[in-house]
Design a protein around this ligand. Structure first.
Ligand code: AMP
Ligand code: MG
Length: 327
């Protein structure tokens, strides 16, 4: 862990940003101040960096992360913005408002950021975070810089005490001004649904747009991966912890594990031939989709160890294998 202290709007900021960008380009993580809370930031287009965020936070599930951008133009490279979302972005950005929009088909944001959903949460922070993203030229995924289940970090010292011993570059810009997470809103059918309340209030959104704004009825149902669109649930049946497969199955393995049966090579994928859970996490959604597209009745998945990121991988696989009525 390395800590670089800086003061906003001083010439030294360019050096700090250059160093941060080098770190990001190497797939490493930064802790950065935003107006809401400190974010644990990684390159949103790099699957291994994103897997590392889940590993470092000890998150037991792949819940979707917010992609942080430096401008509306950058946001529009990754999300399909309807007119109202665009108006909201123009008015409230940079600032603590996250907008959930459809992912663009050609979006380069890694699937692990949106947890395989066909929507993406995007926000443009202010201050040095924005400068950093602008210089980096790509979005950053940045959940709060704390271990899963712990309170969000609003100062650099919170971050350092949470992540002692981890390879994180902490950019210390002092305490965060807002101190609570961003408001998350989604526009659909000329109404706005609030997925998470934050410092921008329901009333502010209603007054600005003149549209009805309501709290999401089942916040957890909307956010929990595996409970959403068909995109989520493979069409094939998924069997987990398999050691054998029928000849006509598709197979997902991990490491050196062999599944017995006469499955042809083109129906087999390996999450990580080297048995690396970071690599496995970053390949999970892509390979599940590839196997599902083969149109087989069943996808047999070899056991993935229940440790570190394996816990989140198994959570996702278990959801995929649940009877459809439960997915
Ligand atoms: P954090 O990055 O830790 O502040 O958390 C991000 C929040 O955004 C979580 O509550 C997610 O469930 C939510 N979120 C991210 N992407 C989406 C999405 N596509 N649809 C709905 N909620 C989302
Ligand atoms: Mg958090």
């Amino acid at each position: 862990m390395q800590i670089l202290k800086f003061f906003p709007d001083t010439p030294q900021i360019d050096n700090i940003i250059a160093k941060g960008v080098r770190h990001l380009n190497e797939g490493e993580l930064l802790a950065i101040p935003t107006e809401t809370v400190y974010g644990l930031a990684g390159d949103a287009t790099n699957g291994t960096a994103i897997a590392r965020i889940f590993a470092v936070k000890l998150r037991p599930k792949f819940n979707p992360l917010i992609a942080h951008v430096s401008s509306i133009e950058m946001a529009c490279e990754y999300g399909e913005f309807d007119e109202i979302s665009l108006e909201l972005a123009r008015h409230f950005w940079p600032g603590p408002l996250t907008l959930v929009v459809d992912c663009r088909q050609d979006s380069k944001i890694h699937e692990l950021v949106s947890a395989g959903l066909d929507t993406i949460a995007i926000r443009c922070p202010g201050g040095m975070a924005r400068q950093l993203i602008k210089t980096f030229g790509k979005p950053l995924a940045a959940p709060s810089a704390n271990r899963s289940g712990k309170v969000s970090a609003t100062s650099a010292s919170h971050v350092t005490s949470e992540f002692e011993g981890e390879n994180i570059l902490v950019l210390d810009g002092g305490p965060c001004s807002v101190g609570i997470e961003s408001t998350i809103a989604k526009v659909s059918d000329s109404k706005i649904t609030l997925l998470r309340s934050g410092s921008i209030t329901l009333k502010q959104l209603a007054d600005f747009t003149g549209l009805p704004v309501e709290m999401a009825a089942h916040e957890s149902a909307i956010q929990a991966p595996g409970m959403m669109t068909s995109h989520y649930a493979p069409r094939s049946n998924v069997l987990i912890n398999c050691t054998q497969a029928t000849d006509d199955a598709a197979v997902l393995t991990f490491g050196l594990q062999q599944i017995t049966g006469n499955v042809v090579a083109q129906n087999i994928r390996n999450l990580s031939p080297a048995g690396d859970l970071l690599e496995a996490a970053s390949n999970l959604y892509k390979l599940m989709r590839e196997l599902d597209d083969l149109g087989k009745d069943t996808i047999c998945v070899a056991p993935v160890p229940m440790e570190g990121l394996g816990i989140a991988i198994n959570d996702r696989l278990t959801r995929a294998s649940a009877p459809r009525s439960e997915v």
